[in-house]
Design a protein around this ligand. Structure first.
Ligand SMILES: C[S@@+](CC[C@H](N)C(=O)[O-])C[C@H]1O[C@@H](n2cnc3c(N)ncnc32)[C@H](O)[C@@H]1O
Length: 207
């Protein structure tokens, strides 16, 4: 992510956050406890939405230094002592095996270089009874006109938007990695550009 994209990221996302993302994040995170890893935490859009529980240990990973510096500032300003920041990417998570109770991603699977390797890493670091929580924008239905435009514009979009893939079939990738999806909602991301409106959010377990 370029310095400028990172600088204006929160402003660009504000309308969408207010329209739906804040509520979706809150709902997904309301039950988390123990050790939670948020991958690609960005500027910390979910930071205020974690439950306040003394038993919660939050680890935020963000490989992009322009995004991470904003995240570090927010964590420092809020004096959060149960939050640690990591710089690792999803393809190579700095963690022992079976460590986390929850792994959370929001709007990240679209941007990672290697989605299969990332999901293998998430499986590795999750405890056997852990939960993988996801909130992602995804490919539109095959054959739809939105999907055709996602396919046409994908290469250009990736260059402009920090490697974000418009047409990634994230639900299928999660299943192919061997997760069992126990909850999923498909919903349009309000106040977002048409090409990134289809979303999935839910919970997957290790099968
Ligand atoms: C669209 S932003 C979303 C940020 C944040 N999760 C949110 O919901 O606002 C995508 C984030 O994924 C991060 N990212 C990209 N590739 C990644 C990877 N391989 N591993 C971890 N994070 C990655 C980017 O640096 C960026 O912060």
């Amino acid at each position: 992510m370029s310095f400028l994209s990172a600088l204006f990221y929160d402003k660009c996302m504000k309308a969408t956050e207010d329209a739906c993302l804040i509520d979706w994040r809150k709902d997904l995170l309301k039950g988390v406890d123990g050790k939670v890893l948020e991958i690609g935490a960005g500027t910390g859009a979910s930071l205020d939405l974690y439950p306040s529980k003394s038993s919660l240990e939050i680890y935020l990973s963000e490989p992009d230094e322009n995004m991470r510096s904003q995240l570090e500032e927010k964590v420092k300003d809020k004096k959060l002592d149960n939050v640690s920041i990591l710089s690792c990417a999803s393809e190579n998570i700095e963690s022992e095996d079976n460590f986390y109770d929850y792994v959370f991603v929001s709007l990240v699977c679209c941007s990672v270089n290697d989605i299969e390797a990332s999901l293998i890493e998430i499986k590795r670091v999750l405890k056997q009874d852990g939960s993988f929580i996801f909130l992602e924008h995804v490919a539109a239905e095959n054959g739809s006109s939105r999907r055709k435009w996602q396919n046409r514009l994908n290469v250009l979009w990736r260059k402009l938007a920090g490697n974000c893939h418009l047409n990634r079939e994230t639900e299928q990738h999660i299943k192919n990695a061997g997760f069992t999806i126990t909850e999923i909602k498909h919903e349009s991301m309000r106040k977002a550009m048409s090409l990134v409106r289809p979303t999935i959010r839910g919970i997957a377990k290790l099968s």
